[in-house]
Design a protein. Structure first.
Length: 453
């Protein structure tokens, strides 16, 4: 290297002058086109060269296809009559937040070292993994925040699984799952593994990151874990511990190429002994294990019921662990009763039932509300008295009169006014077996909820 090595002779043999390394630079792309041959030990170790050439993968950006990629192909063809690599992966640039190239003169350069110091390596890799192949991608600071939250979520889920499997009864990990909710999550996991394998084979990391993130955050944490907590705490079904360990290990492996540090930490803590490989990065890729169409159908149905009731509780101002008196699922779907233990626990209800229909379920008026915007301009001085009459009237009788064409209301002055649905809002509610209930529509099913008290 003329920039650092001493000259081969102390002075010029012709003139005796001092020697200095040449500072001119040759066409760097012509020079770098030798990189596939160089990294496979050409002219240094012929046995290694025959073994490793052509190389496996050339990752590069789209701006140097004409130069580095084409020059490498040409040189390899001329020298070896072979291609220089098996696959080439073309990526794009990281642009500034507004989509313009980063330049120091524009003051829009993001210092990766500062970002690395603030967020850590896995978060930076999370951001990079979301970039689509062959496309430029805008730098989005919110993706770093999202990545940090997801990595924390992944870690929390792993710690929960670790605490669960540490309390597993003897022989639990030899159990074969038969519960429909367990089969549902294993079916979802198997589909995820297949999709991830296909995307990895294309070097397309963005769909892997999105799919695994969604699975961990929602299917695993929001749904499966919430559904099986009762079985886990009771220890009545040992298979749930085997499923938790299987799922936890699989998602750790799926994420390990993208988030190498947190996945290695989790692997060493929880899965090293059972898996055997010294590192997650040399362990085998997970294999699909379950394909069960019936479990998939029932599991999705049960999941949606649990999610809808939890959402209703939140909107109604109830705590998610607020006990309910009864939940009745009206549906023609079969098989959901097999998940009744898990579903009842997730819904926090004293009773859970399934039926095709409830003949007693009907809607009836519960309350009346005066529409002041209509009453004031139309009835002026009498509006206040009319509003009081509306608020105190029997809702069912008033609603019947309104449906019949008009509700005739006598006033203290002896005058009679006719009210319509423009003047009165009828608030209805549902009744089942003579009691007030709440109802939710979940697909083709109706969920009937009876509150306590």
């Amino acid at each position: 290297d003329p920039t650092v090595d001493e000259p081969p002779v102390p002075v010029c043999p012709k003139c005796g002058g001092a020697l200095k390394g040449c500072e001119d630079v040759f066409d760097t792309w012509m020079d770098s086109s030798m990189s596939p041959a160089y990294i496979t030990y050409w002219k240094r170790d012929e046995e290694r060269f025959r073994k490793y050439f052509a190389t496996g993968l050339r990752p590069q950006a789209h701006d140097i296809i004409r130069t580095w990629a084409f020059y490498s192909l040409l040189r390899s063809h001329l020298l070896f009559e072979n291609r220089p690599w098996t696959d080439i992966m073309i990526d794009g640039f990281i642009l500034s937040s507004d989509g313009t190239p980063m330049h120091a003169s524009l003051g829009n350069v993001i210092d990766p070292l500062e970002t690395l110091e603030e967020f850590g390596g896995d978060v930076m890799r999370y951001l990079a993994a979301l970039c689509a192949l062959g496309q430029d991608n805008n730098f989005k600071p919110q993706d770093l925040v999202r990545g940090k939250r997801f990595i924390q979520k992944f870690w929390n889920v792993q710690q929960f699984i670790g605490s669960a499997i540490a309390k597993a009864p003897e022989g639990a990990f030899d159990s074969q799952p038969t519960n429909v909710v367990d089969l549902w999550i294993l079916d979802k996991l198997s589909t995820l593994i297949t999709r991830a394998q296909e995307a990895y084979d294309r070097f397309d990391f963005a769909p892997v990151m999105r799919d695994v993130e969604y699975f961990i955050w929602h299917e695993l944490a929001d749904h499966y874990i919430e559904l099986v907590k009762a079985r886990m705490y009771s220890g009545d079904d040992p298979a749930v511990f085997a499923v938790l360990r299987t799922v936890g290990l699989a998602v750790t492996k799926l994420l390990s190429p993208l988030l190498p540090f947190v996945t290695e930490e989790g692997y060493q803590d929880l899965y090293l002994e059972v898996e055997g490989a010294p590192s997650v990065h040399v362990s085998s890729f997970p294999e699909p294990m379950v394909s069960d169409e019936e479990a998939r159908r029932v599991g999705e149905f049960v999941k949606e019921i649990a999610a809808s009731v939890r959402r209703w509780k939140s909107e109604a101002g109830l705590a998610l662990n607020e006990p309910l008196a009864e939940v009745q699922v009206l549906s023609t779907q079969e098989g959901a009763t097999a998940a009744s233990v898990d579903l009842r626990s997730a819904l926090v209800t004293d009773k859970l039932g399934f039926a095709r229909e409830d003949p007693t379920l009907h809607e009836e008026p519960r309350a009346l509300k005066p529409v002041h915007a209509k009453l004031g301009p139309e009835f002026r001085a009498a509006a206040k008295e009319i509003a009081t009459i509306i608020s105190e009237a029997d809702a069912a009788e008033a609603a019947q009169a309104l449906r019949s064409g008009g509700w005739k209301v006598p006033l203290s002055t002896g005058e009679e006014v006719t009210l319509t649905t423009e003047h009165v809002t009828v608030r209805s509610g549902w009744i089942s077996h003579g009691h007030a209930v709440d109802t939710l529509t979940v697909g083709e099913a109706v969920v009937v909820i009876t509150r306590k008290g």
